[in-house]
Design a protein around this ligand. Structure first.
Ligand code: ASP
Length: 456
């Protein structure tokens, strides 16, 4: 049995939704279908989720009339899709479901109100897809996540699944004989309130259902044929990844591979069920399989991919005889914790330590305060801040116990005249991280791709 999840671009309009229904009907093992809200498509260049966020904002900031104007655009979009699919009658349910939401701003706090609106995109899309499948001859039912047992923490806009959900979902979904169409992206809190995952969270819903139902595979349909070994925007026609491990995928998505919501691997990772990333516009392509373990690449390559991301700052701290001072590292990290900052890497020297942080965690004011605190509280000799950094990550399980990977990487970067500000390799040896100036990043990525994929 397969759980199949379809992203917003695969559901943007009626022709796309019909395509999705055909894919579902082509394989009798596709029993549970998770849908996003309609995304960007040929006729609409805006995602329904963004339209719903705009409607929530307009209501909260300008009042009901402004919110209604935004909401009517959404109702019109669903009405057009329903009419084109030949199921206009579903609008009798969908239109009032959307329209009834705006008045909730009077009773709900803003974050809860916004989540209720965001969730309605996937919720009503699932009703459309169920109606379309049934009309095409494959009986399907819409299932409400809250009722089915998708119980989440009450972090609005950033929810996490609660362990009890897995059993509840397995119980409520296993007896259904029709195709289950399950809206992604949201669930309910213990108190029964609607709450959403972070953006892109329909991937998480699909992974949870896969684990709960112990499916054989989780098919994640998107709009690319494969996950590639490097971002196709940086290197033309890169090598596709046919098989990749969870750990490799996690490292790649950490640094900019956005094919898949990064938190979504967790529920399937725990069960070892493979994930198959596929293209809804090219369903005959086998796509990328994400698995717990893989053998060596057939061509002997040791590296799976190269990823990069920009927007990092490094805070360099040095103090003579730091290495003898018990608790220095802890106290430095405690200052960051105190300022509400999570850090990414902490490469160390003998008497110095650098902490790499995402820019989104910092403001100028915070940075100045941190610098002052490091001088005052830790008695540091020198604190230097460097902004405008990018990280390049070379990823591959095959790097383990393999000699010469770092040499190849640094040689490629030096030939491309890229200065390395920091190198970090965890002892797992699955990835090697290089911090470089952002203006050198793309050149560095290309040089590394050439070294590992065209020459290695
Ligand atoms: N519709 C939501 C978003 O745009 C969730 C998803 O598509 O996965 O983030």
């Amino acid at each position: 049995m397969k759980v199949a999840k379809f992203g917003g671009s695969s559901l943007a309009d009626a022709p796309q939704i019909r395509k999705v229904c055909k894919i579902i009907m082509d394989d009798p093992e596709r029993r549970v279908v998770v849908v996003s809200a309609p995304g960007k498509g040929v006729t609409d260049d805006i995602k329904v989720t963004d339209m719903l966020i705009a409607a929530a904002k307009a209501t909260l900031e300008k009042g009901l009339a402004a919110g209604t104007e935004e909401m009517e655009k959404i109702v019109a979009r669903y009405a057009r899709i329903a009419a084109d699919l030949g199921v206009p009658e579903v609008m009798e349910d969908i239109a009032p479901a959307f329209r009834s939401l705006l008045s909730l701003h009077e009773t709900l706090p803003p974050a809860r109100f916004t989540d209720v609106l965001k969730a309605a995109g996937e919720d009503n899309c699932a009703k459309l897809v169920a109606a379309c499948l049934t009309k095409m001859g494959k009986p399907a039912v819409y299932v409400n996540p809250g009722e089915a047992g998708m119980v989440l923490t009450n972090d609005f806009g950033n929810a996490r699944v609660l362990p009890k959900s897995f059993d509840l979902l397995a119980k409520s979904l296993s007896g259904i004989s029709e195709i289950v169409v399950f809206p992604g992206f949201f669930g309910r809190t213990e108190d029964g309130e609607i709450v959403t995952f972070p953006r892109g969270g329909s991937d998480i819903t699909g992974a949870i259902l896969t684990a709960a139902l112990k499916a054989d595979v989780y098919e994640n349909f998107t709009d690319v044929d494969y996950v590639y070994s490097v971002n196709p925007k940086q290197v033309a026609n890169p090598r596709p990844l046919t098989v990749v491990t969870y750990r490799e995928m996690r490292e790649l998505s950490y640094a900019g591979f956005n094919v898949y919501q990064e938190e979504a691997l967790l529920p399937v990772y725990k069960t070892g069920i493979p994930v198959n990333v596929r293209n809804a516009n090219n369903p005959s392509c086998p796509g990328t399989l994400i698995v717990p373990e893989r053998g060596a690449f057939e061509d002997g390559r040791r590296v799976a991919g190269i990823a990069s991301d920009s927007g990092f700052t490094s805070i360099y701290v040095s103090k003579y005889l730091m290495n003898r001072e018990i608790g220095f590292g802890r106290r430095l990290l405690h200052i960051l914790e105190d300022e509400g900052i999570s850090y990414e890497h902490t490469p160390t020297g003998i008497d110095d330590m650098t902490v790499i942080v995402r820019d989104s965690m910092l403001s100028d004011e915070k940075l100045a305060r941190i610098q002052r605190r490091i001088y005052n509280e830790l008695g540091a000799d020198d604190v230097q801040v460097e902004t405008g950094l990018s990280l390049i990550v070379v990823v591959g399980e095959g790097m383990k116990h393999s000699i010469g990977i770092a040499a190849m990487a640094t040689q490629a970067l030096s030939q491309a005249k890229v200065n390395i500000s920091m190198i970090s390799q965890g002892s797992s040896e699955v990835s090697m991280v290089f911090a470089v100036k952002t203006e050198d990043c793309e050149r560095g990525v290309r040089a590394l791709y050439e070294a590992f994929f065209m020459n290695d």
